[in-house]
Design a protein around this ligand. Structure first.
Ligand SMILES: [Zn+2]
Length: 216
């Protein structure tokens, strides 16, 4: 913990003064363009990976970057989504999974989660990802971790569409969904909109998307 405390002191003394104007601007208002939903995993830093600043990303994190389908039950993720979309008016939602995800390992091996009832119940929102990979590969094991993680991102994009605030903005074209997969070992990001289940390198993905739109 010591280096965390000295980090705060360093921030206050050296970093904050350098960005005083930005913090002044943000003091009473935020208007992020992106809701970024990712895993709680300590190895992911959304602002570092996207080279963005305070105020740019409204970030929602949980084990497995899961979005529970809309229901009458209120949870932190659901409330964050509703607020980001309906009040802040974000134009984009990114669901970002990552390689070597412990939560997705847990989904593959649900039988090992007996002592973790809350984790087990929470990861139940990702079961469809396992079932999809199982249907395509006949058996499921740790070797399919990446595929399960990618399918999980796509499943959570589907779940997002069940949220009324999201559905309404999608219908009017005011909101766009993005499925990302971050590779811890390389820094690469691959993307998919779920249409063909394929994840492409980020640059290629957004290049083709822009080309498609310019010819539409
Ligand atoms: Zn994870």
């Amino acid at each position: 913990m010591d280096h965390i405390i000295s980090g705060v002191l360093h921030f206050q003394k050296h970093v904050f003064p350098e960005h005083q104007a930005l913090f002044d601007k943000l003091a009473n208002k935020q208007s992020p363009d992106v809701l970024f939903i990712t895993c709680s995993d300590s190895r992911i830093d959304p602002n570092l990976v996207t080279q963005s600043a305070p105020g740019d990303l409204f970030i929602c994190r949980n084990a497995g970057n899961i979005v529970p389908p809309h229901s009458k039950t209120t949870g932190g993720t659901t409330a964050s989504i509703e607020y980001a979309v309906a009040v802040l008016g974000v134009r984009h939602i990114v669901v970002c999974g990552h390689t070597n995800c412990g939560a997705m390992n847990g989904v593959i091996r649900m039988d090992t989660l007996g002592e973790l009832p809350h984790v087990k119940e929470w990861l139940g929102h990702s079961r469809s990802a396992v079932e999809i990979v199982k249907a395509q590969c006949s058996e499921i094991n740790a070797g399919q971790l990446r595929r399960v993680t990618e399918e999980n991102v796509l499943q959570q994009l589907q779940h997002l569409k069940t949220h009324p605030a999201v559905a309404a903005k999608l219908a009017t074209g005011e909101l766009e969904l993005h499925g990302w997969m971050y590779e811890i070992e390389s820094g690469d990001v691959c993307c998919s909109d779920g249409a063909n289940r394929v994840f492409e390198p980020l640059q290629q993905y957004y290049h083709s998307l822009a080309a498609k739109r310019s010819t539409a």
